[in-house]
Design a protein around this ligand. Structure first.
Ligand code: ATP
Ligand code: MG
Length: 442
């Protein structure tokens, strides 16, 4: 898509819109506005939003959150300008940037939650000849049928939408010899006419959909190095949660491999929300303590309860209102209905389990799509497989668990474990400054 529009751009620049803007230093506002009036020609990104437009009076809040998230995703790129066009469209400009930088921006915005389609578009003067010329160039080298879809957000434009589409379509047919197919075209050319300019583009790339991260509040993900928990995190981020991550390593009885994996996984997931924090708790000694207190067949469920209690104590510091796990019903012995009920009993916070009804193969497909599968499949020593009994309990009795936890003072142990947490900020942009310690996260 970008290649043909790039060609379109360079030709349109030469033919009808005067010399190109310098690709490096941002130009002063006054120059830019003058140029815009006489005919802008600029590659920018046009975003189509989905559910966000349905949110009635909350819409402004959603838009503000999404705009902030877009800015965060582009924070190391040249300055951007956002403008909302009606309820469902945002135009993101990066004045003075190179086409490569704008293309990079469009790639980043594919991962920002709340956006359904990402289009690289040419912003041009709103006159019929310029629009036609850029549309013609955008179809250069294409084969198959096509349709032109035109839309006016500015109704003062001298042609109606269908007249404009008809006019441009006739020129494409004439010049490129391609057949028109309005119902199922192989290629689509979009023209959107706004108050001060027009946008010309071809098919875009799908975004993540969902709601802007942070819109639904905060939650804490229990993040193993496995396949499931990163997918669970992604699904809840997509529903508007901003999440932090908590990983329990088997240290000091295991190596640090699981921590590296958790770190890489969070860095991958950071593309979807930006500003992720990972807290790592060495869990080996606590596991040993549980074992010596006589858990036996209950060891796995008891470990998971202690993890949840620790997460709950940490959530308070992080203002997280829920915990997220990668449990899927029946996938392993700790994930029977009875055991999950025993896990729910260990904390007051709700435990969100977005993978509950999913098959492993579906979860793996999703992990592949979000780029976490290959990291999850790297070998490591999972803390949970350490010190586990030969046979695990599938129907844990809550009374038994509570009794042993009382002897052990599990609540205090959880508080202690929080105090041992190490904080990291795995950023999709590479290494940044360390995060605040968990206990000082407010
Ligand atoms: P995953 O693929 O996410 O590791 P799993 O199929 O291995 O899941 P379990 O080991 O029973 O299943 O873990 C279930 C859930 O418990 C995980 O999805 C995760 O949310 C949490 N969990 C397990 N181990 C850890 C850990 N070491 N640190 C943090 N959370 C964990
Ligand atoms: Mg696991």
């Amino acid at each position: 898509m970008s290649a043909s529009l790039d060609t379109a751009a360079s030709t349109a620049r030469g033919d009808s819109a005067g010399p190109a803007a310098p690709a490096t230093a941002p130009e002063p506002e006054s120059t830019r506005e003058t140029r815009a009036a006489s005919g802008p020609d600029e590659l920018c990104v046009l975003l189509k939003l989905g559910e966000i437009v349905l949110k009635g009076s909350n819409r402004k809040l959603f838009e503000r959150r999404l705009h902030n998230n877009i800015r965060s995703a582009a924070r190391d790129l040249p300055d951007i300008r956002l403008s909302q066009r009606g309820a469902g469209v945002i135009v993101v400009r990066m004045p003075g940037a190179s086409d490569d930088q704008v293309t990079e921006l469009s790639e980043r915005l594919r991962n920002v939650m709340g956006i359904v389609w990402v289009h690289l578009v040419r912003r041009v003067a709103k006159d019929v000849d310029t629009v036609t010329d850029v549309a013609l160039r955008s179809m250069e080298g294409r084969s198959g049928s096509f349709a032109v879809r035109a839309r006016r957000r500015d109704k003062r434009f001298p042609m109606t939408s269908s007249e404009l589409a008809g006019h441009v379509g006739a020129r494409i047919k004439e010049q490129h010899g391609l057949p028109v197919n309005l119902s199922a075209p192989d290629n689509r050319v979009f023209i959107e006419v706004d108050k001060d300019e027009a946008f010309v583009f071809t098919d875009g790339i799908p975004g993540q959909g969902g709601l802007p991260a942070g819109m639904s509040g905060r939650a804490l993900v229990l993040m193993s190095g496995g396949i499931d928990s990163p997918v669970a995190a992604h699904r809840m981020m997509r529903r508007g949660l901003k999440v932090d991550f908590l990983h329990f390593s088997g240290m000091p009885f295991t190596g640090p491999e699981s921590i590296y994996k958790a770190y890489s996984l969070v860095r991958q997931l950071d593309r979807f929300q930006v500003g992720s924090r990972l807290f790592v708790v060495p869990f080996g000694k606590a596991q040993q303590q549980l074992r010596t207190s006589g858990m036996e067949r209950l060891q796995i469920v008891a470990q998971r309860r202690l993890m949840l209690k620790t997460a709950e104590a940490m959530a308070d510091n992080l203002r997280a209102e829920a915990l997220i796990t990668g449990d899927a019903l029946g996938q392993v012995s700790s994930q029977t209905l009875t055991n999950m009920t025993a896990l729910d009993d260990s904390v007051d916070l709700p435990i969100l389990r977005p993978l509950l009804g999913m098959d492993k193969s579906e979860i793996m497909d999703q992990a592949r799509r979000i780029g976490t599968l290959s990291i999850s499949e790297l070998p490591d020593e999972d803390c949970c497989t350490m010190l586990t009994p030969r046979q695990a309990e599938t129907a844990a009795k809550i009374g038994d668990l509570r009794q042993i936890e009382k002897r052990l003072d599990a609540e205090e142990l959880a508080e202690y474990l929080v105090s041992t947490a190490q904080a990291h900020r795995p950023s999709f942009l590479g290494d940044t400054e360390p995060a605040q310690p968990a206990t000082a996260a407010r």
